[in-house]
Each structure stands twice: as structure tokens, then as C-alpha cells.
Design a protein around this ligand. Structure first.
Ligand code: WT7
Length: 649
């Protein structure tokens, strides 16, 4: 490793931050040697109603996977994010909201947020929502989304946030799987000056007869745009709030009672409802938020994710609010009304910590210096990245142009399933290497295994597994524990399999190399190839489809689809557009294929399995590296596919 690509911790940074190298080493050591003792102590940062006596009760044995933390303790998550701050920082800002239009912003104190959440919690109860009921939240990035989530937590309802960019079909699937009683939405969202018909999408989703579980739709008025209204089913948020009482005692919840479900894509089947519970999740989100971002009281922290993803749950809402932080919620897109929008928000609200994704960094970078032109940026102290491997070029641009070579960059590796960050630098402790997520967080024991599951030692590369439980870990797939066990604990027995590949260098640093399963990462969004394929074949003109990921300069990965049409259908540009529109409707804009290649046939093994490996090589022009194709059922399709691919370029 050359010295040029190592960024040591400055002595000042080490002195000022919560965790220096010696502290990291000592705490990490304790966390893995004596997890019970470590987490018992860390759990003091949570206000428990009834203290726990048991700490860690976990098993990765694939016959009996069972994960429980602090199981006999009780707490309320919303009280931890709100009530307990009222005496010490009630009048400090909890949420800075920046609207899509730069003229729109709001500041909400902890006291005000507590008041709103208490009222809305009462309103939900009034709509017959109780402990254990599932509430679907399909909303824009407005403060009410935080109110809705925390109100659910206050009464023990389970929220299921669905990203506002998902289509009515995708929304319906999640409503049905969760058996949701209530949907909370807005009349319309506003992004980049364009209106998003959220309520219209909910109406459309509910035309699916299997969504009869839904009794009420609660609608936040955002734009005042025209919407259809069903008087027996739809209620305005503001009407509920006008009459709701403002005192709502937080429900005492078991540490292992569900807090939320959140759907994520896997290599097979429908999206999975990842289940997170209350005590361990909150502790892990809060501790990682404090240590990884080295959060100091009074600082302004901005995570640019959408609450529809886990990053938004853990690092816009739960982690920051549990820590009494000021968290910025931004409604819009990074480049509206112009390429300097991110820089302007940083200056306007004096943001100290910025947490964003490589895809956003690359699109700023594509503007050259323009993205930071005229910006001061001197409030920034720390930068973070998440969602996909960050290429060193983007890392350097982020470090130099956004952070003015003053701010450490924390490259945080984690997943929806992990609840919080598992591998990341700690700014006062870890020398940085651009492109590496560096070292494990407290209590996290990563391992690399070969394809047979043998643990590999030293500097090497392999499949990334985690060998023991941490408090933020998902507990199950909602109402499908067998699938949970099969997905994560069967590939390598007794280990949690992440689906990622990684390299470990001579300093013990981890370099995530990307997914090793059939999952794509498009602009930091996870997409199952199977999911896109099944959307494609649902079109009546499509006989078969195979999806592979290809490198994309901005998105990280682009979606490349091989399509075989049903007999009698002819390829055309018009049909290509029709299929792209179709996927947009079936899943959402993030799943729209970048390239559709017509395929007379697909390379398959004699047992009928599509050889994606070969398709990936064709799509990325590695035609010399196809490997042995003689075992294919019809090797003749390969040269045909190469020829068509070459004609398209
Ligand atoms: C997958 C998880 C966790 C929040 C955002 C995505 C990839 C995530 C990094 C990183 C390299 C990363 C992995 C992971 N990923 N962060 N810092 N470096 N890869 O959550 O949708 O559950 O996706 O994102 O492939 O498995 P998610």
C-alpha cells in the first residue's frame, strides 16, 4: 500500500473526537471477547422502562437461528427519540426541513416534534391502529414522515415505509405482504419541481382486490393538487390533527417487539420484509451514529438518503433523534434547481456532517468544479458515503472538492439487514484508504470464506460473512422465518452471509468488491435480477428475459436486459420503449433497463439454467473471456448474441 493513498488521522482530530486509536482497539477487543459486558454497558444510553437482565441470546445454527438482545427489557423507541430530550434540549432543533423549492424550509424543535408525534399517535389510535398492526407509509420527504414513523413507534404499531418512487404495483405487493391496516400518504410529492401522484398511486394500488386489509388512507396535504377522494376511506391528516389530544403515554414495548419492516430485494423471489425490533436496533443505530459520525451536540447533520431506505430509517430518523441531534430532511433532488443545490443547502443550514452516496458524488463530479462554485462549505467537518463501493476517483473528488482536504471521509458498509453500519472508519481512530470501508465496528466479527465455506486467514479475498450477532441485526423476514434462515444462514452454515465479496489487505482493512449473488446495485439501490426479469416476462410480448449488471459511469451499475420475444413479435425501437415503460409501471423508475438487447435465444445449461456469467461478459465486451461454452444446450446462440451486441454499440 503506497503512502500516497493513506490518510492518517491528524493528532488534533484524534484529540477532539470521541474515539482515538487506542480507544477503538480497547473497545473493539472488549466487544468481541465479552459481548455481554460490552453491550450491557453501551445499553445505558437507552432509557429502559424495565431494565433487561439478559443481554445476548443468539444462535446462527442453521437448524435453530434465533436472535434476541436485551429480551426481557422494555422501552419505547419514540420516548427515547423525543420525551427524554425535553428537559435538556426541548427547544433545540430536531429537524431542519429543506423543501424542493429553495424558498421552503422549516425548523422543528424537539418539543414541537414531541407534540406532533403525540397528537398523531392519538389520531392513529382513533383509527383503530394498535400494537402489532402494520401501517404502510408512502410519503415524500416532509417532516410528517418522521411524525408518522415515530407515532407508530409510540403506540407499538409496526411501520412499513415504501419508497415514494415505487409504482402502484410494487406498493400493492408490500401492502398485501404486510397485511396493512392503514396507509399514510400525501396528495402529491414534489421533486425537482415535478409532482409525484402519491395519493393517485395509492388509489391505484388499492384496486388490487388483495389489498382489502386496508381500512383507511391518511393524506397529508403537500401540494394541494387535485386528487380523487373516497369519503369512507380517506381522511386528511390535518383534520385528524385538529381534534387529536396532545397527551399520549408511550406504550411499553418489549425489546424484541417489532419496530418496523422494510422490503428489500434479494437474488430470488419477491422482495423480503426485513424485520427489525426495538431495543437492539435503536441502541445500534444510536451508537453507530454517534461514533462513526463522531457526532457532537449542537452540530447539524445531513443524510441525503430517502426514508424509504434503511439509511433513512437508521441515519435520518432513529440514530440522530435518539442522540438528540439536529437532522436535516431534504425533500428534493441533488441537482434542482441547479447543480449547486447540495452546496447551497450546506451553506444555508451550516451543515457539519454530510452523508451521501457515491452516485450523488459522481453526478456532482460530472459537473466539474461547477457543483461547488461559489460555495463556502467551511461548516463541513466530516463526510460520509454509503450504498456501493466508492471508486477512488470519486473519493478523492469528494475529499478535495467538497471537503477541501480538511474532512475525513467515512466509507460505511452495511445493509438493510444489518440495521446499522458494520464496517467503517472512525474519524479519530482510523487512517483512511480511498475505496476501503476499513475496519469493523464494535461487536462486529467479519470473516472471508471460500466457496466451500472455509474461513480464510490473512490478506486475501472471499465471500464476506459475519460470524456473530450484533444488536442491530434483522431478526427475521416478516412472517417467513424459514426464508430468513435459508437466505442468510444456509449458504455457509453457522455464519451470516452478506451476499457481498470483499478483500482484506495486509492491515486488516476490508475492501468491498460488490455483490456475488444475482443482486444489482443501481445508484445505490438494490435490485434483484429475478424481480426485473419477472416484470419483463409479465409483458405479453416477452417470452423470456435475462438481466445482468454492467458498469455505469454515474449509477455504478446499469441494467442490461436480454429479451426473447414470443413467436410472431418483431423487435422495434417502439417496442423497446414500451418495455421500458412497462418496467417503470411494474416496479418504478429505478428499475428501468438502460439497455435492452433482442435475443433470439439465451445461453442455458442442459438443465435449463440461464448462464448469466456469459451474458455479463457479452454485455461488457469481454468476448475473449467467455470460458467453456461447449456444455451449453445451444452454444450457437453465443456468437449471435455477440454480433447483435456489437451492432448496438
Ligand atoms: C448493499 C446493501 C446500507 C445502506 C444502503 C444500501 C452495498 C452498501 C457499501 C459500501 C460497498 C456497499 C453492498 C451491500 N453497499 N454500502 N460502503 N461499500 N458496498 O442498503 O439496499 O440493503 O444494500 O449495498 O453490496 O450488500 P441495501
Amino acid at each position: 500500500m503506497s503512502a500516497a493513498s493513506l490518510y492518517p488521522v491528524s493528532p488534533e482530530a484524534a484529540a477532539q473526537s470521541l474515539t482515538d486509536e487506542a480507544t477503538y482497539k480497547a473497545m473493539y477487543q472488549q466487544s468481541v471477547v465479552n459481548p455481554d459486558g460490552f453491550w450491557r454497558e453501551q445499553a445505558e444510553r437507552i432509557d429502559w422502562i424495565k431494565p433487561f437482565t439478559r443481554v445476548k441470546q443468539t444462535s446462527f445454527d442453521d437448524h435453530h437461528v434465533d436472535i434476541k438482545w436485551f429480551a426481557d427489557g422494555t422501552l419505547n423507541v419514540s420516548a427515547n427519540c423525543l420525551d427524554r430530550h425535553l428537559d435538556t434540549r426541548g427547544d433545540e432543533i430536531a429537524i431542519i426541513w429543506e423543501g424542493d423549492d429553495p424558498a421552503d424550509h422549516r425548523e422543528i424543535t424537539y418539543r414541537e416534534l414531541h407534540h406532533e408525534v403525540s397528537k398523531f399517535a392519538n389520531a392513529l389510535r382513533g383509527q383503530d391502529v394498535h400494537r402489532g398492526d402494520v401501517v404502510t407509509i408512502y410519503m415524500p420527504m416532509v417532516p410528517e414522515v418522521a411524525v408518522a414513523m415515530l407515532a407508530c413507534a409510540r403506540i407499538g404499531a409496526i411501520h412499513s415505509v415504501v419508497f415514494g418512487g415505487f409504482s402502484p404495483e410494487a406498493l400493492a405487493g408490500r401492502i398485501i405482504d404486510g397485511n396493512s391496516k392503514v396507509v399514510i400518504t400525501a396528495d402529491e410529492g414534489l421533486r425537482g419541481g415535478k409532482k409525484v401522484p402519491l395519493k393517485g398511486n395509492v388509489d391505484e394500488a388499492l384496486t388490487n382486490p388483495q389489498t382489502r386489509c386496508v381500512q383507511k388512507i391518511i393524506v397529508v396535504r403537500r401540494t394541494g393538487g387535485d386528487i380523487r377522494w373516497h369519503p369512507h376511506r380517506d381522511i386528511w391528516y390535518e383534520d385528524l390533527m385538529r381534534v387529536a389530544g396532545d397527551v399520549c403515554a408511550p406504550k411499553e414495548m418489549g425489546a424484541e417487539e417489532p419496530l418496523f419492516i422494510l422490503y428489500t430485494s434479494g437474488s430470488t423471489g419477491k422482495p423480503k420484509g426485513v424485520l427489525h425490533t426495538s431495543g437492539g436496533y435503536l441502541l445500534y443505530a444510536a451508537l453507530t451514529h454517534e461514533r462513526v459520525f463522531d457526532y457532537r451536540p449542537g452540530e447539524v447533520y445531513w443524510c441525503t438518503a430517502d426514508v424509504g431506505w434503511i439509511t433513512g430509517h437508521s441515519y435520518i430518523i432513529y440514530g440522530p433523534l435518539a442522540n438528540g441531534a439536529t437532522t436535516l430532511i431534504y425533500e428534493g433532488v441533488p441537482n434542482y434547481p441547479g447543480v449547486t443545490r447540495i452546496a447551497r443547502i450546506i451553506d444555508k443550514h451550516q451543515v457539519n456532517i454530510l452523508y451521501t452516496a457515491p452516485t450523488a458524488i459522481r453526478s456532482m463530479m460530472a459537473e466539474g468544479p461547477a457543483a461547488m462554485e461559489g460555495a463556502d462549505g467551511s461548516s463541513l467537518r466530516l463526510l460520509g458515503t454509503v450504498g456501493e463501493p466508492i471508486n477512488p476517483e470519486a473519493w478523492h473528488w469528494y475529499y478535495e472538492t467538497v471537503g477541501k482536504s480538511r474532512c475525513p471521509v467515512v466509507d460505511t458498509w452495511w445493509q438493510t439487514e444489518t440495521g446499522g453500519i458494520l464496517i467503517s472508519p472512525l474519524p479519530g481512530a482510523t487512517a483512511l484508504k480511498p475505496g476501503s470501508a476499513t475496519r469493523p465496528f464494535f461487536g462486529v466479527v467479519p470473516g472471508l470464506v471460500d466457496n466451500l465455506g472455509n474461513l480464510l486467514e490473512g490478506a486475501t479475498e472471499g465471500n464476506l460473512v459475519i460470524l456473530d450477532s450484533w444488536p442491530g441485526q434483522m431478526r427475521s423476514i416478516y412472517r417467513d422465518h424459514d426464508r430468513f434462515v435459508d437466505t442468510y444462514f444456509k449458504t455457509f452454515r453457522g455464519m451470516y452471509f452478506t451476499g457481498d465479496g470483499a478483500r482484506r489487505d495486509e492491515d486488516g482493512y476490508y475492501w468491498i468488491t460488490g455483490r456475488v449473488d444475482d443482486v444489482l446495485n443501481v445508484s445505490g439501490h438494490r435490485m434483484g435480477t429475478a424481480e426485473i426479469e419477472s416484470a419483463m416476462v409479465a409483458h405479453r410480448k416477452v417470452a423470456e428475459a435475462a438481466v445482468v449488471g454492467v458498469p455505469h459511469p454515474l449509477k455504478g451499475q446499469g441494467i442490461y436486459v436480454y429479451v426473447t420475444l414470443v413467436a410472431g413479435e418483431e423487435p422495434s425501437d417502439q417496442l423497446r420503449q414500451e418495455l421500458q415503460q412497462w418496467v417503470r409501471k411494474e416496479i418504478g423508475p429505478i428499475a428501468v433497463p438502460d439497455v435492452i438487447q433482442w435475443a433470439p435465444g439465451l445461453p442455458k445449461t442442459r438443465s435449463g439454467k440461464i448462464m448469466r456469467r456469459i451474458l455479463r461478459k457479452i454485455a461488457t465486451d469481454e468476448h475473449d473471456a467467455l470460458g467453456d461454452i461447449s456444455t451449453l444446450a445451444d452454444p450457437g446462440v453465443v456468437p449471435q448474441l455477440i454480433e447483435t451486441h456489437n451492432q448496438m454499440r
